[in-house]
Ligand binder design. Structure first.
Ligand SMILES: [Zn+2]
Ligand SMILES: [Zn+2]
Length: 218
């Protein structure tokens, strides 16, 4: 079933026409989730049970601990450690290694983000097939980063009709091809600037070409 609950946020992110719209949606949803966890959700038994069980990855521990909400963070960590104490410290080294491995790889926020992003991609494909204005907006994006291009195409293959799939694929390629050409031009000019013959020339748009390329590829 197509998920429609993200339509407004998707339209807002796509309307910016700047950078990968899905990266920007992902950051927004992550921020909202972090706020939720350290806010009211911290007292919800269901959420608390899950954060106790799953814990957090390094990245999300850092984000959570930098949020400034120290009390909810400390309470959450304390009950998570309690639960860890029940699960770790196996006598048998093989079982102990598996228990530590399991604890290390699970993250409550990553799990939630995976679910959200699946719904977002599904929702994008739904909008693409049902909303003419969105189809136009889709083709006007600056680019879709490599990771999100792969995930979008995967979802489109599963959910769109044959005709829609071809148009979706063309639109995505068109955005990314134009962007990659720009990146290449800017990188080439950046390299030329190291040649003494071009030293006095303007940098044009090339100064942040490495950063922009990393953002696309990352
Ligand atoms: Zn992206
Ligand atoms: Zn995580």
């Amino acid at each position: 079933m197509a998920e429609k609950i993200y339509s407004i946020k998707i339209n807002e992110a796509f309307s910016k026409k700047c950078g990968c719209p899905i990266c920007s949606l992902q950051s927004l949803l992550e921020e909202e989730e972090i706020e939720r966890i350290l806010g009211a959700a911290m007292m919800e038994p269901d959420t608390r049970k899950e954060t106790n069980r799953k814990g957090f990855c390094k990245k999300h521990l850092e984000i959570l601990s930098q949020s400034g909400n120290k009390l909810p963070m400390a309470l959450m960590l304390s009950t998570h450690i309690e639960e860890l104490e029940d699960r770790l410290f196996k006598k048998d080294i093989k079982r102990n290694s598996a228990a530590y491995g399991e604890a290390r790889k699970s993250c409550y926020v990553c799990g939630r983000m995976k679910l959200f992003m699946h719904r977002v991609l599904d929702n994008i494909c739904y909008l693409y097939s049902s909303d003419e204005a969105f189809r136009k907006l889709f083709g006007e994006q600056e680019y879709f980063c490599e990771t999100h291009s792969a995930r979008l195409l995967e979802m489109a293959e599963k959910t769109l009709s044959k005709k829609e799939r071809a148009a979706f694929n063309d639109a995505l390629n068109q955005c990314n091809r134009t962007y990659l050409e720009t990146l290449k031009e800017d990188l080439d000019w950046f390299c030329k600037k190291f040649d003494y013959r071009y030293a006095k020339e303007d940098w044009k748009n090339s100064k942040d070409s490495i950063e922009r390329t990393v953002k696309y590829l990352g």
